[in-house]
Design a protein around this ligand. Structure first.
Ligand SMILES: [Zn+2]
Ligand SMILES: [Zn+2]
Length: 648
């Protein structure tokens, strides 16, 4: 008999050679139907693999990330099986699970393949899934594995085998299909109930352009049809909300090849929107005791040698700017922190001066490979809503709480309601790899956990995820489509104060090192606007949106009255414009809808005579006719509901 420890700590006896699936069946047949894999002493195994020693066991279902991975990996095998049946002689490279689904890279040889063939492949996959073929794990000597793939003339698998040794090679077989694979896999193909092939792309073998280009087929699968339908609907919606598409339609930003890849150009409406965001945060920061600073876009190489950034990123980023003077080198700034350290050093500091909080909307430049660039989310020039707090160790907790307040204020005003705080701490086993004293780390780690707790945040603690220079808290925000984004990082830093020899005089008259806290509630203006656009689908909160009101005169006769309305709104700081084109009102309404303008004021004979406006909301709701004063009260109310004053 062997002892199996379950997640709740109970230990049960089972006969040697039992499997996770048998254990699940012993608990309930309902559970067994959902078991995709198992975690055995922290390693993910097939649920059907025999267990011969005392272990701890966790059954994995669709609700566990590793359960999903096993499902998607098995789906890649199912797709490969279908493809091999339909296109005999194709060669298979690699087929892993990914964040959302799976892919397989395939050398189709003489066949031509495109997404037009997906229905045929899906049909075959359905047929094979219904056979409920079990995924069989086979340990195999290297020589046999090599001879198998030689016979198949699959040079890709043969190349993969070159890097493997006897004793670590396994095959997985389901139905007629065998693959070189580490696993783990789900019990049988019948668990794959709903799937869809999504798209194809070219992919070089081993990611190297010198190698042959293969066809990569992406797919996704789910245990239930309902989940697949919801996912496909989400994809459709995401396409509609793509910030690159909306940014163009709403005239917020653009790119120009002549200016350069990854260098966004903010158009007037986008620039004004960004300025409103900045002013909103600046106002709160003044209340929170931040002081603005401004630093140049380039700095001497010495600065980044001192900060350590040169050693870490120098070679892989933009190369130095030279001057006519021999040996003089400057860099575009990749971060604002070193500059702020030098500002801190510009005069002696006493313990009474702390905390010092420097804030700057600082534009930074980082080289990203052109293939990595994506709209506003991955760019080469971006502006951080950066600030650095220089605090005494005993102030870390209080300051951390204040920063959390500020981040929550931002989230509330912008409609992000679903988020978790991810706290990254040291690796418990390996404490030597971190800079800074144990006492300071303990203090900061506890301060972060306590502040998150005090603010009532949903918190996930990740051990071993801290940077070598300090623990941090990241806000993981779910958008309207359920996608997760990292926004608002608060990072404690013991490294830069050390490297820049920052000091303050303590009450004991001795020199001490301050602790530095980096924070950016938005992260960067570019990425934040992109995430916000996709979150709200272009329907920004009223206080932020580019045009709040569009006045639609039914005909030219009402232009004078429309202008009166416009002036009156402008005096009240409401952003409005007149659609003076000689188009039909229906057309004007449709266009204002596309531009996501929250209010349309329709103006005709009756409105002009009574001094009123007919109000239509974006989306079609008719609010009826009202006086301008009433309309202003309505918009004001909505704005104040969106955004209250920041209080400390
Ligand atoms: Zn595999
Ligand atoms: Zn920083």
């Amino acid at each position: 008999m062997i002892n199996i420890t379950l997640p709740d700590g109970t230990v049960k006896e089972y006969p040697k050679g039992t499997t996770a699936m048998q254990i699940a069946e012993g608990i309930s047949s309902g559970l067994a139907r959902n078991v995709l894999a198992a975690e055995i002493d922290g390693e993910v195994w097939d649920a059907t693999r025999t267990i011969n020693t005392d272990v701890s066991l966790k059954l994995l279902t669709w609700n566990d990330d590793n359960g999903k991975m096993a499902m998607w990996h098995s789906s890649a095998h199912l797709m490969a099986e279908a493809l091999e049946a339909l296109y005999p002689g194709i060669k298979l490279a690699i087929g892993p699970p990914i964040e959302n689904g799976f892919y397989y890279d395939i050398d189709f040889g003489e066949y031509s393949f495109s997404s037009d063939h997906f229905p045929k492949v899906e049909k075959k996959m359905t047929e094979l899934a219904r056979q409920k073929n079990s995924f069989e794990r086979i340990e195999i000597p290297k020589a046999e594995a090599v001879s198998y793939f030689r016979k198949k003339e699959d040079e890709y698998k043969l190349e993969l085998l070159e890097g493997l040794e006897d004793g670590e090679i396994t095959f997985y077989k389901q139905g007629e299909f065998t693959d070189l694979c580490r696993g783990p896999h789900i019990p049988h193909t019948g668990f794959i109930k709903a799937f869809k092939l999504l798209n194809t792309a070219g992919a070089y073998w081993r990611g190297d352009e010198k190698n042959k280009q293969l066809t990569r087929i992406y797919g996704i699968s789910f245990p239930k049809n309902k989940e697949l339908t919801a996912y496909l609907e989400m994809l459709e919606e995401a396409k509609k909300r793509d910030h690159r598409k909306l940014g163009k339609e709403m005239e917020l930003f653009t790119f120009s090849q002549k200016v350069g890849q990854g260098l966004p150009l903010w158009l007037p409406k986008g620039a004004a929107l960004r300025e409103r965001l900045e002013n909103f945060l600046k106002k709160a920061q003044v209340i929170a005791g931040y002081e603005p600073v401004i630093t140049p876009h380039i700095a001497s190489k010495d600065l980044y040698v001192c900060s350590g950034h040169y050693e870490k990123y120098g070679e892989d980023s933009f190369q130095p700017i030279k001057t006519p003077n021999e040996g003089e080198e400057f860099f575009l700034k990749p971060m604002n922190c070193p500059h702020h350290c030098e500002i801190y050093k510009s005069k002696p500091r006493s313990y009474k001066d702390l905390p010092v909080r420097y804030a700057e909307f600082g534009t930074v430049y980082r080289y990203e490979q052109s293939g990595e660039l994506h709209g506003l989310t991955r760019v080469r020039a971006f502006t951080q809503d950066d600030a650095h707090l220089f605090v005494r160790p005993d102030q870390v907790q209080e300051e951390f709480e204040k920063v959390i307040d500020l981040v929550l204020y931002v989230f509330k005003a912008l409609g992000f309601e679903d988020f978790t705080a991810q706290v990254s701490l040291r690796d418990k086993e390996n404490r030597d790899k971190y800079i800074g004293s144990d006492t300071n780390w303990d203090l900061a780690e506890n301060a972060i956990i306590d502040s998150a707790d005090k603010k009532g945040l949903k918190t996930i603690i990740e051990y071993g995820e801290a940077a070598f220079y300090g623990p941090k808290l990241d806000f993981m925000v779910k958008d309207a489509l359920g996608r997760s984004w990292q926004l608002g990082t608060i990072q404690v830093d013991y490294n830069l104060p050390e490297r820049f020899e920052l000091e303050y005089t303590g009450s004991d008259n001795k020199k001490h090192r301050p602790v530095m806290i980096h924070r950016a509630p938005f992260g960067s203006m570019e990425r934040f606007v992109a995430v916000l656009l996709e979150h709200c689908g272009g329907n920004f909160p009223l206080w932020l949106t580019p045009d709040q009101v569009c006045i639609l005169p039914i005909s030219d006769k009402y232009m004078d009255y429309s202008k009166e309305v416009l002036n009156s709104l402008k005096i009240s700081d409401i952003r409005a414009e007149i659609d003076d084109r000689s188009e039909k009102t229906g057309r004007k309404i449709r266009d204002a809808e596309v531009r996501k303008i929250p209010f349309m004021l329709i103006v005709g004979e009756r409105e002009a005579a009574e001094g009123k406006v007919s109000v239509r909301r974006h989306g079609g709701e008719d609010l009826g006719s009202m006086s301008l004063e009433e309309f202003k009260t309505l918009t004001n109310k909505e704005i104040t509901e969106n955004i209250d004053e920041f209080v400390v």
